[in-house]
Write a protein that binds this ligand. Sequence first.
Ligand SMILES: Nc1nc2c(c(=O)[nH]1)N[C@H]1C(S)=C(S)[C@@H](COP(=O)(O)OP(=O)(O)OC[C@H]3O[C@@H](n4cnc5c(=O)[nH]c(N)nc54)[C@H](O)[C@@H]3O)O[C@H]1N2
Ligand SMILES: Nc1nc2c(c(=O)[nH]1)N[C@H]1C(S)=C(S)[C@@H](COP(=O)(O)OP(=O)(O)OC[C@H]3O[C@@H](n4cnc5c(=O)[nH]c(N)nc54)[C@H](O)[C@@H]3O)O[C@H]1N2
Ligand code: SF4
Ligand SMILES: [Mo]
Length: 693
Amino acid sequence: MTASERYSVCNLCEAVCGLRVRVEGEHVVSIKGLEEDPLSHGHICPKGVALTDLHHDPDRLRRPVRRVGDEWHEVGWDEAFDLVAGELSRIRAEHGPDAVGAYLGNPVTHSLGAMTHAPAFVDLLRTGNKYSAGSADTWPAQLVALLMYGHQWLLPIPDVDRTHYLLVFGANPIASNGSLMTAPGFPRRLREMRGRGGKLVVFDPRRTETAKVADEHHFIRPSADAAVLLAMVNVVLEEGLATLPAYADGLDEVRRGIADLTPALAARWSGVDEAVIRRVAREFAMAKSATCYSRTGLSTQRYGALAHWAVQLLNIVTGNLDRPGGLMFTRPAVDGIDSGTLKPGYIGSRRSRVRGLPDFSGEFTVATLADEIETPGPGQIRALLTVAGNPALSAPGGHRLNRALAGLEFMAAIDFYVNETTRHAHVILPPTGHFERDHYDVLFNALAVRNTARFSPALFPRSADARHEWQIFQELAKRYRPRGTMKERLMLSLSPNRLIDLGLRVGPYRLSLRKLRRNPAGIDLGPLSPALPGRLHTPDKRIDLGPRELLDDLPRLRDSAPEDGELLLIGRRHLRDNNSWMHNSGRLTKGVPRHHLLVNPADLAAFGLNDGDTAYVRSRSGAVMVEVKATDEMMRGVVSLPHGYGHQHPGTRMTIASAVPGVSANDVTDPAVLDDASATAVLNGVPVRIEPV
Ligand SMILES: Nc1nc2c(c(=O)[nH]1)N[C@H]1C(S)=C(S)[C@@H](COP(=O)(O)OP(=O)(O)OC[C@H]3O[C@@H](n4cnc5c(=O)[nH]c(N)nc54)[C@H](O)[C@@H]3O)O[C@H]1N2
Ligand SMILES: Nc1nc2c(c(=O)[nH]1)N[C@H]1C(S)=C(S)[C@@H](COP(=O)(O)OP(=O)(O)OC[C@H]3O[C@@H](n4cnc5c(=O)[nH]c(N)nc54)[C@H](O)[C@@H]3O)O[C@H]1N2
Ligand code: SF4
Ligand SMILES: [Mo]
C-alpha cells in the first residue's frame, strides 16, 4: 500500500468486502477491492465504489437538526441530546414506558457502534414497543433455528466453497451479494463450484440474474415453496434416500404431518413439473455434497417459517447438515452465541395491544407499528425513536405508516438523511459516516462461508463536531430518566472497540484487537468445520425435526392452492440499489431506470397494456401508478416491483434521490397479512390487480 492508500471495508451489505481506498486529505480519491482480504479476495460492487458519493454527499447531515414546522435548523449536540432524552423521558413519565416506541433498521446490523449500543439504549426505555427490520426479513429463519437448533442465531450457512449441488429457493445472490450467507464474490465462487463439477439449480418466479447463470431455473408460483420442498422431502423418504444424523428425533411425526404433500399436489400448487420435483430431490440426495439455500423470497411470504423449516429438513434428511459442502455452522472470532451476548430467543411471550400478534424475542412485527401509533388507549405509541431505518418505505403498508408518523407527539431519528421517514422527526441526530468510524463485523463474520476476522480502523478522524453512533447513545443514556441498572450503565459506558477486544479475547481463537490491527487485511481462520451435536443449544443437544409450532402450522398450507386469474406481486433487488437508500448517489442512479413493474408479455396483453404504459397496481391495501415493462423473465401470473423507491415526498432533503422515478412497493403490500407462525411481514406473493391508467 502506498502512503495515501488505506485498508478499509464496505459494510453496505452482508458481503462486507475489504477495500483499498486512496485518500488525499479529507478526500476519497478511489476505492478498489482488497485482493489480500481472506474472504472477499478483491471483490467489490458498484455500491462499494459509491461510498465516495456517500462520504462527500452535501445532503448527508453532519450536525443535529431540529424541525420547526417545515423548517430544519441546525442545533448544537447538547441541545439536541437534551431535547431528545427530555421528550422521551417526559412521555414515558406521563404515559408509561410503552408510549415510547423504537424501530431499529437494517443498517444497525452493519454499524459496529449501533450493534453494540443501540439495543442497550433501547433496553433502558423498558418499552414493550420494540420493532426492527427483522420482522420484514429474517424472523422465519431465526424462529426455525430456535425451534430446531435451540438458538435464533444458530443459522447454518451453505458451504458454497465446497458444495457440489447448490439448490436456491427465493434468493438472488448475484444481485444481493448473499444474505445469511456472507459470500463476497459470489460469481467467482460459482465458477469454482462449476470447476469441481458442481451444479446450481434455482427456483424463482422470476428468471433472475442468478437464475440466468444457473444450470437450471424453474419458475415457481410465489408461496408454493414449502409444498414443493416438503414434497421433495417425501421423495427422499419414500425412495430410501434418507441418511439421518444420530442426534435427530421426530422423523415419524414429520412423515405423518407432510404425507399428503405429494409431488403431484405440489406441482399443481406451484406450477413446477412433478417430474422436476422428483428428479431434483433425487439429485440433491445423491450428490457428493449438496446444500439448499433460501432467503427473502421464502422468508417474507405467507408460509415463511414452514418454507425455512422445509429447507432445513431437506438438508438434514439427505445428510447434508453439518458436513463439508452442505449446510454448516460458523465459528466466529467474536462468538455472541457461546459468550451469551446473543440470547437464544423465544416466541409469543406477549401479545401486541391492537392486533394480539405474538412478539418474537421481545419485538413486535413492524407490520403492526402503524396500528400501535394510531390506535388510542393505554400503551399507545406517542413518541418514536428510529435508528438507521426508513420504515415509511420499507414496512408493509408504508403509506399508512407515513400518516401515522405524522401524528406522533414526538419523534427522533438517528440517521444522516432527511428522508421519507426522518422528515417526520422533530430532531435528527446524525452519526459519523462509514469512513469516519472503526468497523469490526460482529454479525456478518458469524454468517460467513469462511471463518475470518478483520478490524478496519476509520479512514478519517471524527471531526470535533461529529459524534459516533455509540457516543450518541451514551449521551442520550446519561440524560434519560429513569436511569438503568448499574450493569446497563457499565455496558453503555464501554466503547465498541473495548467490547470487541473482550469478545475476541474470550472467543474461540483467543484473538485481540491488537492482533487484528497488526493484520489489517484480515485473518483467515479456516473453512467451516463440523460442529454438531456439540454446538446445538437445545437442552438435550438433539434436533427436533418436527417442532410442534411448525407441525401445527401445516394445515394453513392448504390455502396455498392457486386461484383463477390471480396476479401475485413479488419484490426485486438490483445490484445498484440498497434497500431504501443510496439513491442519493449519482453514480448508482444514473443509467437505465429500473423501477418498473415487470410483467410477462402475455399477462400485459391480457390486461390491455403495452410495454412502457403507466398502470395502476392495486391491492387490498393500496394502489400505485407505475410504468410497466414487458419481459419473459417473469412467470405468468406474477409481477415484480423493487422496494425502496418512491422518494417524491415533500419535506425530504435528498437532491438526487427526490428526482429518481419510481413508487414504493410497500404502498401496495398488505400489513394485515402475515406469516402467521412467525408474525413476519408478507412482502412477496401479494395479490394485486393491474389496469391501464
Ligand atoms: N416490499 C419490500 N419491502 C421490504 C423488503 C422487500 O424485499 N420488499 N425488504 C425488507 C428487508 S430484507 C429489510 S432489511 C428492510 C430494510 O429496511 P430498513 O430497516 O428501513 O432499512 P434501510 O432501508 O436500509 O434504511 C436505511 C436508513 O438507514 C440510514 N442509515 C444508513 N447507514 C446508517 C448508519 O450507519 N447509521 C445510521 N444511524 N443510519 C444509517 C439511511 O440514511 C436510511 O435512512 O426492508 C424490508 N422491506
Ligand atoms: N444490491 C443489493 N443488495 C442487497 C440489498 C439491496 O437492497 N440491494 N439488500 C440486502 C438485504 S437487507 C437483504 S435481506 C438481502 C436479501 O437477499 P436476497 O433474498 O438474495 O434478495 P432478493 O434479490 O430480494 O431475492 C429474493 C428472491 O426471491 C424471489 N421470490 C419472491 N417471492 C418468491 C417466492 O414465493 N418463492 C420463491 N422461490 N422465490 C421468490 C424473488 O424473485 C427474488 O429473486 O440482500 C441484501 N443485499
Ligand atoms: S458487495 Fe458491494 S455493497 Fe456489498 S459489501 Fe461488497 S462492495 Fe459493499
Ligand atoms: Mo434485509
